[in-house]
Design a protein. Sequence first.
Length: 169
Amino acid sequence: MKRFLVGSALVALALGGFAPDARALGGGACRISGRIVFSPQSDNEGGWSIDRGVIECAGLLAGGKNRILGPGEFTGSGSYKALAAAGGACLHQAGTGKVEWRIPTSGGYLVVSDPVTYTLVGVGAFTSPNLFGTFQAAPPYSGDCVTKPMTSAAFVAEALLYRGVEPKV
């Protein structure tokens, strides 16, 4: 019996050395909302930006050590190109850019700056190293895609925070 216990302990110690650091694990479910501004440069491309968006998440970070405490700030900017098959850039686009967000946790603020890619055809999908999800542009719109290009819209996104990061105090 002693040999079994000693052998089991040695196996557990050996395998434990290959386990990921629990401090880096965590995640949550998030809702992001705000206003997105489109700056068309032509019929087929332009820029986008989000200023003063809100990110609200529920979950645990740092291996369960830090709890997300409430809403935070969300901003972003980048460029887009029209999806040819969809018929123009008016809410039919593929984009890239950078998003930045800051949320309070029990261990301090989590501050993240991520590259992001998205595709929007009525409903959109986005991905970054820390967040991925879906979003939808919603009224009130500025522009109608017929007589005037779309220049801004409200948006709401549902996302998963899938890689915890140690908060910065």
